[in-house]
Design a protein around this ligand. Structure first.
Ligand SMILES: NC(=O)c1ccc[n+]([C@@H]2O[C@H](COP(=O)([O-])OP(=O)(O)OC[C@H]3O[C@@H](n4cnc5c(N)ncnc54)[C@H](OP(=O)(O)O)[C@@H]3O)[C@@H](O)[C@H]2O)c1
Length: 466
């Protein structure tokens, strides 16, 4: 997306802000977070080409607010914006440039020698300039550290315009000096003349690009096909003891490098929470007989038939409702009851070990802290190219529904697998998938009017930006 030969460079914003988007007080940062500052240093300094350096553009006051010992910011070209011609900014050492406008700075950086020597351009504040340029048309991405505090500030940034930007990555919460914060990256939804399907996100700093959670899953399947143990008749490769982690706070982990049958996910989870033993009872739209479902299963070479019904390997792992639906439903209401009334209980668990006849025995443990509900599931043995993506979506949806009806925010979803395997006949398709770059995850919205889990229907769930 970032064009080096264009007449004007695009840029990425890097800032940290409080809940109210406060960024400064008395020309200082209103917090002391060394690791946050280190992240800022790393993002703005590291380059993809060791022969180049990055540029940081800042307002004159932000330049002056930077302690003397840190300015100019080392290893970067510092571009200071000022309308004044009489300033005392040292520009003779080749590390500092002064420009009279953002536009002229971006034009200068697009011309030689800067077009060759500058890798990425970061705009780092402050407030006066952010008001005009934070959501501006040349801004490709916003790296926003959300500092979870409310303190007096005299300088503010605008909020991220979510009509223009969507989350790429959000770190798990970090606590430093008693302050909770998380790193977030938002990417522009579309660029002129390029559909969102064609946007390549490799313009992001590597350390941010690689933090997309889908890489955790892609690395797992890569590891299975490269280093897995082969079974006796050479049909399966497997790894033992695998764990994936997803952040449910901002986005929903419906994998993007391979189609996951979302309607099937909804159908299966709603069937589970209704306690139905009949796959066609809830929703009754014969979803698993649809052309879309067959196409989805066939894409994995599974050649599904209607007789596969609930025994299909895809459905394995979502079997609480299988052997005794009423007993399983009461397990679910017990769990909801505990989450609401004794959230610090150390063992809020749904178990399918004793109840299920499924080959993938599954248990799910829930955990409440900081007003958030997290869930870890354990599957004893699971197929990785088809079933794990489906299970990630299904149990994440279950976690989000449980959080919703318990008036909590969905937190982490952890997927632990004992024996994760792939069929050797799927290796080619997996290798093809590994060539694809992930796209931003979608966002899940649940109808706020529905407060009972078994009242929720498919129409109450909206997956945005899918
Ligand atoms: N939390 C964060 O991530 C973060 C990041 C950066 C800064 N900050 C904080 O933000 C505060 C500083 O921000 P601020 O809003 O007061 O000032 P600022 O935006 O850093 O700088 C304002 C100055 O930039 C120049 N300027 C503004 N618009 C311009 C334009 N269109 N073209 C050329 N020059 C332009 C003007 O300089 P002249 O007056 O010289 O013409 C203006 O006075 C400090 O408290 C700092 O600690 C926080």
């Amino acid at each position: 997306m970032e064009s080096h030969n264009a007449q004007r460079r695009s840029y990425q914003v890097v800032i940290a802000a409080t809940r109210d988007m406060g960024i400064g007080m008395d020309m200082k940062l209103p917090w002391d977070l060394p690791n946050e500052y280190q992240f800022f240093q790393d993002v703005t300094t590291r380059t993809s080409d060791p022969r180049k350096r990055n540029a940081t553009i800042m307002g004159r006051k932000s330049w002056e607010a930077t302690p003397l010992e840190f300015r100019p910011l080392p290893g970067r070209l510092n571009v200071v914006l000022t309308r004044s011609t009489c300033h005392n900014i040292p520009i003779d050492d080749g590390n500092v440039l002064v420009s009279s406008s953002m536009e002229s700075a971006l034009e200068l950086l697009a011309t030689p020698p800067y077009s060759f020597s500058i890798d990425k351009v970061f705009f780092i504040g402050g407030g006066e300039l952010l008001r005009h340029y934070m959501n501006g048309p040349s801004c490709d991405a916003i790296h926003l550290t959300e500092v979870d505090i409310s303190v007096p500030c005299d300088t503010f940034a605008p909020r991220v315009d979510t009509c223009l930007y969507r989350p790429w990555y959000s770190s798990l919460p970090i606590v430093e000096n008693g302050i909770r914060y998380c790193f977030n990256t938002y990417v522009r939804r579309t660029v002129p003349n390029v559909g969102s399907d064609f946007i390549q996100y490799s313009f992001l700093p590597n350390m941010v690009f690689e933090r997309h959670e889908e890489f955790g899953y892609l690395n797992l399947v890569q590891n299975i096909i490269s280093n897995g143990d082969m079974n006796d008749n050479s049909t399966l490769l497997s790894k033992f003891g695998c764990q994936l982690r997803f952040n449910l706070r901002k986005t929903f982990p419906l994998l993007t490098t391979k189609k996951v049958f979302w309607l099937g996910v909804i159908e299966k989870v709603l069937q589970l929470v209704s306690g139905s033993t009949n796959p066609k009872e809830k929703g009754s739209n014969h979803i698993w007989e649809s052309d879309e479902a067959k196409e989805y299963l066939d894409s994995f070479g599974m050649n599904a038939t209607e007789e596969d019904g609930d025994n299909h390997p895809l459905l394995c792992g979502l079997h609480w409702g299988h052997s005794d639906a009423r007993q399983e439903l009461s397990q679910l209401s017990d769990v909801i009851n505990k989450i609401k009334n004794s959230p610090h209980d150390r063992g809020i668990t749904l178990s399918a070990f004793t109840l299920s006849v499924s080959p993938c025995q599954t248990s799910a443990q829930f955990y409440v802290a900081n007003g958030e509900l997290s869930c870890q599931i354990y599957q004893s043995s699971t197929e990785a190219s088809l079933v794990i993506p489906f299970s990630i979506a299904a149990y994440s949806l279950l976690t989000c529904l449980m959080a919703h009806v318990c008036d909590l925010v969905a937190g982490d979803y952890i997927h632990a697998v004992g024996d994760a395997y792939v069929n050797t006949s799927h290796i080619k398709a997996i290798q093809k998938q590994l060539q694809i770059s992930p796209k931003p995850f979608p966002i899940l919205k649940i109808n706020p009017k529905k407060t009972k889990i078994d009242h929720i229907e498919a129409s109450d769930l909206d997956l945005l930006d899918i």
